[in-house]
Design a protein around this ligand. Structure first.
Ligand code: ATP
Ligand code: MG
Length: 183
């Protein structure tokens, strides 16, 4: 599985619709300070269900919407879509290619889509369990995060190992079963 493309439209500094295309292998994104490199990583985190504005380097969720410049009016919504190549079927879904998308309006209204169909945030989060790709996964390592991992609580570090070992979904199923037995 690999990331084939990222589409952004109205997300942070990307006022225009932009599509980044990637091949398998390594891609570097380079550019001057403030040109939007980290915003690309934020877009991926956001579409995977990030709910913390702080994690996205903003104060409130609305800050992910293009806020305008001297030359350009602010946008009313932000949209991000990422497409994964799933020809190795790493993602437990019967498609060779999976696109997950998220849109949010200034009103706060928002939606998630999986291959074009509306879905819940939970569906996207669960799709990426045990792949390392989820917003809590280890495939997006932000500045300062290594320090956080090294100096963090053992329980928090454990979550990372669970993800890498591929047992998050089993733990989650176990928890849900226990809950339903209690009820
Ligand atoms: P560095 O090399 O310093 O890490 P970078 O390429 O990672 O820089 P980013 O942090 O991705 O840069 O981009 C910062 C830019 O994005 C700033 O110019 C900021 O004004 C702009 N930006 C962030 N949020 C928005 C928004 N909602 N609307 C418009 N511009 C935004
Ligand atoms: Mg940066």
């Amino acid at each position: 599985m690999y990331l084939k493309s990222i589409e952004v439209n109205g997300f942070k500094s990307f006022a225009n619709k932009m599509i980044f295309k990637f091949d398998s292998g390594i891609t570097g994104i380079v550019g001057p300070n403030g040109s939007g490199k980290s915003n690309v990583a934020d877009a991926v985190r956001w579409v995977l269900g990030e709910q913390s504005a702080k994690q996205l380097r903003g104060a409130k969720m609305e800050d992910v919407i293009f806020s305008g410049t001297e030359m350009r009016k602010p946008m009313g919504s932000a949209y991000v879509a990422i497409t994964m190549d799933n020809s190795d079927h790493s993602l437990p879904i019967g498609f060779e290619e999976v696109t997950v998308a998220r849109r949010v309006y200034r009103s706060g209204e928002s939606e998630y889509l999986m291959n074009g169909s509306p879905c819940r945030r939970k569906d996207i989060v669960e799709l990426f369990f045990d792949t390392g790709i989820g917003k809590e996964g280890y495939s997006i390592i932000g500045q300062g995060q290594i320090d956080q991992i090294l100096s963090g609580k053992p329980e928090d570090r454990r979550e990372l190992f669970d993800e890498a070992a591929g047992i998050v979904k089993y733990k989650k199923n176990k928890l849900e079963t226990e809950k339903s037995l209690e009820a």
